[in-house]
Structures are given as C-alpha cells and as structure tokens.
Design a protein around this ligand. Structure first.
Ligand SMILES: Nc1nc2c(ncn2[C@@H]2O[C@H](COP(=O)(O)OP(=O)(O)O)[C@@H](O)[C@H]2O)c(=O)[nH]1
Ligand SMILES: [Mg+2]
Length: 250
C-alpha cells in the first residue's frame, strides 16, 4: 500500500494537536498514514504532547524537535526531507489549527489520482472556496487581491491561491523541485514552492476549500509579516525567472 505522510508544523498548538491527530487518524483513506509533527520547542509543551501521541500510536505519529523557532518554511523543509527519506509516496502539508479541515484530505488525494496531478492545492480562492465569514470586507479584499491579482500576476502563476498552506505533493514532484533551491523561510515560502512547481512544468490542480479561522490558540501572522511577504515576491521572481521543465532535478 502506498504511504501518505502529513507534515504538521506546530508552534504552541497544545490545544489543537491531539484533536488534529484524532481527526486525521479517523479518516477513511486508501493509503498508509503517517503523521509527522515538526515542533519548534513550543513553550506551551506541544512537543511533549506529540511525544506522548507517538507512543500511544506505536509510531504512526512521528516527531521532529527543532531546538529553536525557525519559521514555517524551514519546518516544512525538514518535514519534507524526512518524508522523502522514509519512502512517502504522497506528502501533505497542513496547518495544525483546523483552518485546514481534515475532511478535505481524502478529496485532495482522490483528485491527485483522478486528475493525474503533480500538486494539489486546497484553494480558498477557487470557485466554491472561501474564507471565514467573520472576516471584514477589508481583510477579505486584501487577501483576495494578494492571491488572485498581486502574486498571480507578478509571478505568472496559473492558480487562484498561491499562498495557501494546505497541499498535497507527489513524491516525484518534491524530488524534481530540488528542495535546496528554496530560500524563503517566512510565509512567502508557499509562494516560492508554487513558483518552482509552475516553472518546472508540473501539473497543478486546485480543490476549493472553506477556510475557517482558528478557534483555539493564537495566529502567528502579523501585518509586518504580510508586508515582508509582499516585497519578497519580487525576489522570488528574480530568483527563478529562468527555470524551465528541463531544470527538474534527478
Ligand atoms: N514548527 C513551526 N511551526 C509554526 C511556526 N510558525 C507557525 N507554525 C505553525 O504553522 C501553522 C500556521 O500558523 P498560524 O499561526 O496559524 O498562521 P495563520 O494560519 O497564517 O494565521 C500552525 O500549525 C502553527 O502552529 C514556526 O516557526 N515553526
Ligand atoms: Mg492559522
């Protein structure tokens, strides 16, 4: 049976992690499931909870402990490398705060198979998707503009949601991408991944998702982070402008 490894980055998700693990393990899936927690030494003890879950599930939950907070990008890269080293056929990335809802996992997997996709994006801005109803008009407009217009136009990406972090990768896609080409560490990391996948000619398919705000714990997103991400989009454009499908690794 093929293996799906879901990478769950955590920083202070003590209230969410066990609920997430339970929800994911309860899903009907046609694959072997591994849950890989990448914790950056969360002060709230998330790492200890992860270790307990690993024991209780006889290792279906695996845990990587980073000694210091290194950001979302490096956490995912560490997780991706571990998954590739351990033979995962499919690698999913997903937040641990329930904004990315477990119920969509089977659908992302089924879409990858039925459409022969190399990358499937859980997309807030594809027709049928959406964000939390509580978001004000300004926040909605800003986020839609950032994704559907700003990032998409500057980088020439054929997708509606280039910044989302709910994604399913085929093993061959991550190998071909060449993870050492990725330089971003902040939230723009997602954009850099999407850009590489596009330039290298991989088939990207979007599945509409509804994105509710987290109920438990706090977001690490801030205005400063958003402005930095907007500027870094230009850096990514310069960095990967010349890549073509001939540049796939391996
Ligand atoms: N390992 C690790 N995880 C992080 C870090 N920053 C955020 N996360 C996790 O990444 C996911 C998304 O973060 P969140 O703060 O909810 O961002 P938002 O969804 O954009 O508001 C959550 O599972 C966080 O716990 C980090 O520096 N290291
Ligand atoms: Mg969140």
């Amino acid at each position: 049976m093929s293996n799906l490894t879901i990478v769950l980055p955590t920083y202070n998700e003590a209230e969410n992690l066990e609920l997430m693990v339970d929800a994911l393990r309860a899903l009907p899936l046609p694959v072997d499931l591994t849950l890989l927690v990448v914790d950056d030494n969360s002060p709230d003890g998330t790492g200890k909870i992860a270790d307990r879950l690993s024991e209780e599930t006889s290792g279906q939950v695996q845990v990587l402990h980073n000694p210091v907070k290194g950001g979302l990008g490096p956490a995912y890269l560490t997780g991706f490398r571990w998954a590739l080293d351990h033979g995962a056929d499919f690698i999913m990335q997903m937040d641990t705060d329930f904004s990315h809802q477990p119920k969509y996992v089977p659908q992302l997997l089924a879409t990858m198979e039925s459409q022969g996709a190399d990358l499937v994006l859980g997309s807030r801005y594809a027709p049928g998707g959406g964000v939390d109803e509580q978001w004000g008009v300004h926040r909605k407009l800003l986020s839609a503009f950032a994704n559907k217009v700003y990032v998409r136009t500057i980088l020439g990406l054929p997708v509606n949601d280039a910044t989302g972090g709910f994604r399913l990768w085929r093993r061959a896609t991550l190998l071909g991408l060449g993870l050492s080409r990725i330089k971003s560490s902040g939230y723009v990391f997602m954009v850099e991944l999407t850009t590489l996948a596009t330039r290298l000619g991989y088939k990207i398919v979007e599945v509409p998702i509804h994105f509710p705000d987290r109920v438990r714990g706090t977001s690490k997103m801030s205005g400063r982070i958003m402005v930095e991400a907007a500027l870094r989009v230009w850096q990514i454009r310069a960095r990967h402008r010349r890549l073509t499908p001939a540049d796939r690794e391996g």
